[in-house]
Ligand binder design. Structure first.
Ligand SMILES: [Zn+2]
Length: 193
């Protein structure tokens, strides 16, 4: 029995996702946990940093390695609100992450179960235990609301990632004076991450 539930860790990831959405990035968040201690939490920063590798998962793996003083993260669990893409699954395999928990599937780019199964591929030298569906409804609703708000120009749409989860400072509305054009571009290629 884990001391802290998957749902509680995923709530932190959802809060980071909501903050990323407010900053104009696609709302995806990740948390890295080591033996019931949080190592890192991050939201997607691809647009904010103009960084093609600035996905939430990569950011928490990097910080986790720094904090543990090792790139080997086999005793860690990676929580993420959307099924990881091939780059992030590759990073998790390379980091030897022990367990992956994600909220909702990405049928267009998911590399854990949907399009590729990199966490269980026998050709790779590491396999992860994968749990999916934790806070899936909340994560999916957050993404849907974000893209729906972009379709109307990011204006006048109350954007509340709530749905019962405690999302801290993540709640609110998208900025009225500055539609998140960068995120519009992000959605234009139909990639959710
Ligand atoms: Zn990714």
């Amino acid at each position: 029995m884990r001391a802290i539930s998957d749902e509680r860790w995923m709530d932190l990831a959802l809060a980071a996702a909501a903050r990323a959405g407010h900053a104009g990035d696609v709302p995806i968040g990740a948390v890295l946990v080591h033996e019931d201690e949080i190592l890192a939490v991050a939201g997607n920063r691809r647009e904010q940093d103009n960084d093609p590798t600035g996905h939430a998962e990569v950011l928490v793996l990097r910080e986790g390695g720094r904090k543990l003083g090792s790139w080997r993260l086999q005793d860690c669990t990676l929580y993420v609100t959307l099924e990881p893409c091939p780059m992030c699954m590759g990073a998790a395999v390379n980091a030897r992450v022990g367990r992956l928990v994600f909220a909702t599937r990405d049928p267009k780019a998911g590399a854990a179960v949907s399009c590729y199964q990199l966490g269980t591929d026998e050709q790779l030298n590491h396999r992860l235990v994968i749990t999916e569906g934790v806070r899936g409804r909340e994560a999916s609703a957050l993404l849907s609301r974000f893209f729906a708000s972009l379709r109307v120009g990011g204006r006048d749409i109350a954007w509340n990632p709530g749905d019962g989860a405690d999302l801290g400072t993540g709640t609110g509305v998208l900025p009225l004076d500055r539609p998140p054009l960068a995120a519009l571009h992000a959605s234009a290629d139909h990639r959710q991450e």
